[in-house]
Design a protein around this ligand. Structure first.
Ligand code: GRF
Length: 317
């Protein structure tokens, strides 16, 4: 199975970067590190990554406006074919354009139990507030600083007489456990049958009058008063495949798709002769917009006329 390609952005010593990198070298890691980049060419973490044989890129942000600097970084991420970005002590506020380009694919680690203590001096603030715990959080990066959806946290007890430094040291151990685990889970979602079914269900049930019913052991989606338009199959009959089954317009389209992209499309057992097409979902690179289009095309082929007519009229406006 191909591994997800992750780039890591750092500004300093890069201990979280190393935790991510070494975890990626365990045999069952779902991701590999394709690039470590920094806004400080002298960041100690860059030299460590290079010593481990990872591609690195260092470029100072000095004298550049935010958008131009982020564009330079973005070019490097793309050249390295990164699919995900992990920020690990990257001390730069990101431009809105850069955040938007990596939306849903960029993670950050923050040394507090978010939403508490965004920004700096998190440990001292937690101690001063008399909190029982500090901790760390991994979250998705959105336009607001330290604000995106939290993907995982570890609380760390604040002991009597705790200082910001002593707490920081223990939280760092927690950070190094948390980040590789959450990143692996996050990139592994696209191969996890429960997560994939949830995503297919969300798209299928968003179509007009769509309902769900199991059919021959697989979750199926049908139009009220009409026929099935999609099935989700996970290792059905031990074929080792997770796929979405939808209707093709005919035998010709079915054959053409399989011929053109045999890694993505397949002829499903049972429904194959009825011109259904299987689309692989378990390769970690799903194009959800494309899958949503397939669901809606298949829905149209299955819905009763009264519904498709309404949509045709709506489309004309
Ligand atoms: C960590 O405390 C992390 O939570 C914060 O910056 C620090 C980076 O440390 N975002 P390191 O460079 O990973 O050692």
């Amino acid at each position: 199975m191909t591994k997800a390609k992750v780039a890591i952005l750092i500004s300093g010593r890069g201990s979280n970067m190393m935790a991510l990198l070494y975890a990626s070298r365990l045999p069952d890691s779902p991701y590999e590190v394709v690039l470590v980049a920094s806004n400080d060419p002298d960041a100690p973490g860059l030299a460590l990554a290079a010593a481990e044989g990872v591609s690195t890129f260092g470029h100072s942000h000095k004298g550049l406006d935010r958008a131009s600097f982020d564009a330079i970084m973005d070019d490097q991420l793309r050249a390295a074919q990164a699919e995900y970005v992990a920020l690990a002590g990257y001390m730069r506020i990101l431009s809105a354009g850069f955040v938007a380009r990596w939306e849903g694919r960029m993670l950050n680690i923050h040394p507090s139990l978010l939403p508490r203590y965004k920004g700096l001096d998190t440990h001292a603030r937690a101690i001063a507030a008399g909190d029982s715990h500090g901790g760390c959080s991994v979250h998705l990066v959105t336009a607001e600083l330290d604000d995106g959806p939290v993907l995982g946290q570890i609380p760390v007890t604040i002991t009597p007489g705790e200082t910001a430094d002593s707490l920081a040291t223990r939280i760092m151990f927690a950070e190094h456990q948390l980040y590789p685990k959450v990143l692996a889970e996050f990139v592994g979602r696209e191969r996890n049958p429960d997560w994939l079914l949830g995503k297919v269900r969300e798209l299928a049930l968003a179509l007009p009058d769509a309902e769900e019913k199991a059919s021959h052991g697989s979750p199926g989606f049908f139009v009220t008063g009409g026929k099935f338009f999609a099935y989700f199959t996970a290792n059905h009959h031990q074929d080792g495949t997770i796929g979405l089954l939808v209707k093709a317009s005919g035998a010709e389209e079915q054959a053409m798709l399989i011929d053109r992209d045999p890694d993505l499309y397949y002829r499903p057992a049972y429904l194959g002769p009825f011109n259904w097409i299987g689309i692989r979902l378990d390769q970690g690179n799903n194009d959800w917009e494309h899958l949503a289009e397939w669901l809606s095309k298949s829905w149209r082929l299955s819905a009763p006329k009264r519904l498709t007519k309404m949509l045709d009229i709506a489309d004309e406006f």
